[in-house]
Ligand binder design. Structure first.
Ligand SMILES: Nc1ncnc2c1ncn2[C@@H]1O[C@H](COP(=O)(O)OP(=O)(O)OP(=O)(O)O)[C@@H](O)[C@H]1O
Length: 299
């Protein structure tokens, strides 16, 4: 058996709730591991985090973790309405696998975080929190949405501050990895992107993972927080979006040629790096029910 297959056999995964995305991710988001989803704003990062937080409650036999989720949010306000909307469709399509009277939103512990120091403080208390919540569904999924927001304005661009920032990265990731290992948790983080300017060489051309350059909305971007943070996560997934103009008779906009033009957002999930996934990408859509993969028929 090759090492890649060994990892797949022994690692438990949390389903996304979509068979196409699960197949693409070889079962879902892995436990005992840190998975990062990086994308520009409005790409679906929060949507997939909410979706996973609900799906974690499913029994293991149905791809879940039979577990609750701890959702640490750094972007305000927390999207309670979207969670409620997702929970309604989740409950109606999974009624047979969930306790009949329970509200799935109750299986998600939501906690706001305002700074990196506060995150460290919360994580130091998480161990006893997880242990004490053993009576209900145990916490087996930790979400941090988003990690970049904690570092957005707190640090100057000086060597001393950058060193302080890197040391915080390593502290956070080693605490997360220790928690993930001890409780067999799936850890899911979101990260933002920054625009890349200038030629694709030198530090700009530095390749991290499978993809040389990341493109979204026609811009070349790279994940926020740089190389030091890239070394802190086990897997990195990238969500891209591109607006396409399709001429259509019943479309919404009038194109240059006088015909109708319909704007359509094409979204893709890419593997930037992951120990258990090959270089690949998968189209997806976002609906009221969440994120769903789309299989493109071969011509
Ligand atoms: N109910 C819904 N039906 C269809 N699409 C939706 C629905 N809710 C959200 N979306 C789509 O999801 C996108 C927002 O997703 P989300 O907030 O998860 O993105 P994000 O990457 O987390 O953004 P940010 O970084 O700004 O928080 C919107 O652009 C919208 O197109």
């Amino acid at each position: 058996m090759i090492p890649q297959n060994l990892l797949q056999v022994t690692t438990q995964k949390c389903t996304t709730g979509c068979p196409i995305l699960d197949r693409f991710l070889h079962g879902g988001i892995p436990c005992d591991s840190i998975t990062e989803i990086v994308a520009e704003s409005g790409s679906g990062k929060t949507q997939i985090c909410l979706q996973l937080s609900l799906r974690a409650q499913l029994p293991v036999s149905h791809g879940g973790l039979s577990a609750s989720a701890l959702y640490l949010h750094t972007e305000f306000p927390f999207p309670f309405r979207r969670l409620h909307q997702l929970s309604l469709s989740f409950r109606s399509s999974n009624a047979r696998h969930l306790p009949s009277n329970d509200n799935p939103c109750d299986g998600i512990y939501v906690q706001s975080v305002h700074s990196a120091d506060e995150l460290l403080d919360i994580m130091s208390k998480t161990e006893s929190f997880i242990e004490s919540s053993k009576a209900q569904l145990p916490v087996r999924l930790v979400v941090i949405d988003s990690i970049a927001a904690l570092f957005r304005s707190e640090f100057d661009n000086t060597p001393v501050e950058l060193k302080r920032r890197s040391s915080l990265f390593f502290k956070i990731s080693s605490m997360l990895k220790a928690l993930a290992r001890r409780f067999n948790l799936a850890v899911l983080l979101t990260n933002q992107v920054v625009d890349m300017v200038g030629p694709n060489e030198g530090i700009n051309g530095l390749r991290i993972g499978n993809l040389g350059s990341l493109y979204t909305s026609g811009r070349r971007v790279c994940p926020a927080l740089g190389l030091a943070w890239a070394n802190c996560v086990n897997s990195r997934l990238f969500l891209s979006r591109h607006e396409e103009a399709n001429s259509e008779e019943n479309g919404k906009l009038i194109g240059e040629s006088g015909g109708f033009v319909c704007q359509q957002t094409r979204r893709k999930l890419h593997v930037v790096f992951a120990p258990h996934l090959p270089e690949s990408s998968c189209e997806f859509v976002i609906t009221r029910e969440g994120l769903f993969g789309v299989e493109i028929a071969a011509c």
